[in-house]
Design a protein around this ligand. Structure first.
Ligand SMILES: CC(C)=CCC/C(C)=C/CC/C(C)=C/COP(=O)(O)O
Length: 266
């Protein structure tokens, strides 16, 4: 018999109802249905009545039963990836709590978190825009501001659609969050780190050591999301990829001095 918890999750029709833990419950419910159906079929075909024509009864299996007992390769691959993702994220969440194995590094990781937060980046960019005295500088800074706002919007849209919960070992003590930030896919810090670092490397004249520091910063910010227990590995990997794509979009939509006066007239 399935446990009441599993039965509720299996019959509710909404995997997010299962205590909000889609990944775990989807794995559990499928495991349950497979392990329950297989013995039932064995018992039937083992009985003397059914043993004689077991080959013909196998041919008459309803198609939906066959589908359940032979999950697609893609389904198995996705479930395996999810299991590895959850296991790796938990293993790498070494700063998730003060009592975790790297708990003493948590305050430093939280500083790294703030360095990739939207508020300091938007406030800093607006300040630079205000202080900028060259039109070329203003153009670049304005496009950075546009990129940062676009990033917040796109991440909120994807988080709102995917609705993947943050890892259970995460403690929700983040500074200044929106309601969609209760969701974890994709990591907003990873998108911002990837996009901003690409933007800086392409639009600012930086010495080689500073360029290396910018790249390291983007990697450390992304890694810190998993170490703090805020995200699963796939949230960060996808976030990093999405940040790169966002940069390409900003390049494509680049706001030039000619387009800006037109925008302000509207
Ligand atoms: C101007 C304006 C709309 C500013 C909002 C800045 C803000 C509160 C951004 C949220 C940043 C944040 C907490 C993202 C979550 O990052 P994850 O890596 O945890 O997804």
């Amino acid at each position: 018999m399935p446990s009441p918890r599993i039965s509720r999750a299996a019959t509710s029709g909404n995997p997010n109802n299962a205590n909000g833990r889609f990944e775990f419950m989807s794995l559990l419910t499928n495991k349950t249905s497979l392990s329950e159906q297989a013995p039932a079929r064995l018992r039937t075909s083992d009985s003397p009545v059914h043993r004689k024509d077991s080959s013909s009864s196998q041919q008459q299996l309803p198609e939906e039963d066959c589908m359940k007992l032979n999950p697609s390769f893609l389904g198995i691959a996705l479930r395996s990836l999810l299991a590895v993702d959850l296991w790796l994220s938990k293993t790498m969440g070494v700063c998730a709590r003060e009592g975790s194995s790297w708990g003493s590094a948590r305050p430093m990781m939280k500083l790294v978190e703030i360095s990739g937060h939207g508020i300091p980046w938007i406030a800093g960019t607006m300040y630079c825009l205000y202080k900028s005295d060259s039109s070329a500088g203003r153009e670049v800074i304005l496009n950075l501001l546009f990129a940062l706002l676009l990033d917040i919007l796109l991440v909120a849209v994807v988080k709102g659609i995917v609705k993947r919960r943050r890892p259970i070992h995460n403690r929700m003590d983040m500074f200044a969050t929106f309601s969609v930030d209760k969701y974890s896919f994709p990591s907003g810090h990873a998108t911002r780190a990837a996009m901003v670092s690409r933007f800086m490397l392409n639009h600012l004249v930086l010495a080689v050591p500073v360029r290396i520091l910018v790249m390291l910063w983007a990697i450390v910010v992304s890694l810190s999301r998993v170490m703090l227990g805020r995200h699963n590995v796939t949230d960060v990997l996808f976030g990093f990829f999405m940040g790169h794509m966002q940069y390409s979009l900003v390049e494509y939509l680049w706001l030039s001095p000619n387009t800006l006066p037109a925008l302000f007239k509207i």
